[in-house]
Design a protein around this ligand. Structure first.
Ligand SMILES: NC(=O)c1ccc[n+]([C@@H]2O[C@H](COP(=O)([O-])OP(=O)(O)OC[C@H]3O[C@@H](n4cnc5c(N)ncnc54)[C@H](O)[C@@H]3O)[C@@H](O)[C@H]2O)c1
Length: 367
């Protein structure tokens, strides 16, 4: 079993990665939380796939549990769903000793983490992420959240779990679309601060596409380790953690234009490439780095231009630029971009000439 200790002052915990990890979860619960019940939250898809496995392992150790399932999709990250779920959990008699588990992707993780941080003023929380995105990104860092009519993740808390259990084997049942949506974030880590990781990914494209378990395990471990370093330095996202938003100013604008009817990771794929393109135009990065990133994203079948994302949409440069000013990442009225001094060296940059930004966007429309 791979073990990644996360040390955050008073909040220390381990990320544990193993194929067929479910029996380890019950073992951990049994050893650490005697006489504590497990309250498991999942979604209706993951329930059919993995809940039985988890419950069987709890049964073996005679651990009592309750489980709750929500509909898959962003609608479950709403106040209404959070309220319903909180009422169900409280009605089932949860007390301060009990443990809340999230079994599922980032949606279940964000919602369950949020409730864990507020029910009875905070309960112990364990994550069992089952999508690539949640295994490499959302389960690390302690951000929880729900959406409001004003935007995604507008309400939430920073709340670290007691442990994260990752089974790479769960990715076998994931659709290719969902896998790729998570993979864009994997590439992002390489571009931010780990060139050799990016080059290794590029060398292993075939193995990645066929979900070679040892390659996937290494990817998950490297990404968690990488994200954890940022979280450790900047747990509440007031500084260096912002580098994790590489490509996201562009991506959020694109998602906004498509009424969020596109997988975030697909928009991130184009956002990463736009950031590399802008870095090249500003002479921070070479053209060959830009082309290398482009060819890698294309080789795994992630989109590399806006037409691939939506051929029907009439993309407009000015609207895409305007959307950027509505982003949470705008700082004192200035657009803030994460750029790269070549692959693996991201930095924050403000006050970029708007005409240059428009030129970048236009290149991704006119293909
Ligand atoms: N907290 C953070 O730091 C953070 C970071 C990034 C993203 N997020 C959030 O994560 C959410 C997206 O997460 P996601 O991409 O995991 O989406 P998701 O949770 O919606 O999962 C995607 C789909 O895959 C299904 N699924 C999950 N695991 C499966 C499996 N093993 N096999 C088959 N199907 C499976 C789900 O039922 C769902 O339909 C967004 O709400 C986003 O805001 C949070």
């Amino acid at each position: 079993m791979l073990k990644l200790p996360i040390k955050l002052g008073s909040n220390n915990y381990n990320i544990l990665i193993k194929t067929n990890i479910f029996s380890e979860i019950a073992k951990y619960h049994y050893q650490n939380y005697i006489n504590c019940r497990a309250f498991i939250v999942t979604d209706n898809n993951v329930k059919k796939l993995y809940l039985k496995k988890l419950l069987a392992s709890f049964d073996k150790k005679k651990i009592s549990y309750n489980f709750f399932s929500v509909s898959p999709g962003e609608k479950s990250k709403s106040f209404k769903c959070a309220e319903n779920l909180a009422n169900k959990i409280i009605s089932a008699g949860i007390n301060r000793n009990d443990i809340i588990y999230s079994l599922g992707g980032g949606i279940v993780g964000d919602l369950t983490g949020f409730l864990s941080s507020i029910i009875l003023r905070g309960l112990k929380f364990i994550q069992i992420p089952t999508t690539l995105l949640s295994q490499v990104d959302s389960s690390v860092g302690g951000k929880t959240g729900i959406n409001t009519k004003n935007g995604k993740n507008m309400i939430g808390t920073f709340f670290q779990p007691k442990a994260v259990f990752i089974d790479p084997q769960t990715l076998v049942s994931l659709s290719k679309r969902e896998f790729l949506a998570g993979y864009a974030e994997v590439v992002k880590y390489g571009l931010i601060n780990d060139k050799s990781f990016f080059l290794w990914l590029n060398k292993n494209t075939k193995k990645i596409k066929c979900l070679d378990q040892s390659v996937i395990k290494k990817i998950i471990f490297s990404c968690c380790k990488n994200k954890a370093q940022f979280v450790k330095k900047d747990e509440k996202e007031s500084g260096i953690r912002a580098l994790l938003n590489l490509g996201h100013t562009f991506a959020h604008s694109i998602e906004n234009e498509l009424d969020y009817k596109v997988r975030h990771g697909y928009a991130v794929s184009i956002g990463l490439l736009m950031a590399m393109n802008l870095s090249e135009k500003l002479k921070y990065s070479s053209y060959s780095d830009y082309i290398l990133v482009k060819s890698h994203l294309a080789s795994v079948e992630l989109p590399i231009n806006l037409k691939q994302l939506s051929s029907r949409k009439k993309w407009n440069v000015n609207i895409l630029l305007k959307n950027m000013y509505a982003d949470k990442k705008v700082y004192k009225g200035n657009l803030r971009f994460i750029l790269c001094n070549g692959i693996g060296k991201a930095f924050i940059k403000e006050n970029i000439n708007e005409e240059l930004i428009k030129k970048v966007i236009k290149e991704f429309i006119d293909v």
